[in-house]
Design a protein. Structure first.
Length: 116
């Protein structure tokens, strides 16, 4: 089945950077519109960035100016460059379609921990 595979998380100090990667595996078609979500302990999953087939991007206010979403060279890959990380960015990060589209099977996500 089609599934997302996320990687690149880790432990970083506040002010540091990480680059997350996501691959949509076993998809016979291109995923035109995809985004990055995060879920912190005790909180709901939230969409932080998304990109459409035309390269138009959207960001949550909390990450605007610090995070950059981009498509990878390989089919159905997407990255999230995260700079100036804050402790409140600590969460498990997932990629998937935006909420108004049918979701793909959720992957395991990748843990991002930002220490103060």
């Amino acid at each position: 089945q089609v599934q997302t595979v996320e990687s690149g998380g880790g432990l970083v100090q506040a002010g540091g950077s990480l680059r997350l990667s996501c691959t949509v595996s076993r998809s016979p078609f291109s995923i035109n519109h995809i985004g990055w979500y995060r879920q912190a302990p005790g909180k709901q999953r939230e969409l932080v960035a998304d990109i459409n087939s035309g390269g138009i991007t959207n960001y949550a206010d909390s990450v605007k100016g610090r995070f950059t979403i981009s498509r990878g060279n390989a089919k159905n890959t997407v990255h999230l460059q995260m700079n100036s990380l804050k402790p409140e960015d600590t969460a498990v990060y997932y990629c998937n379609r935006p909420p108004y589209l049918s979701p793909l099977t959720w992957g395991q996500g990748t843990q991002v921990t930002v220490s103060s």
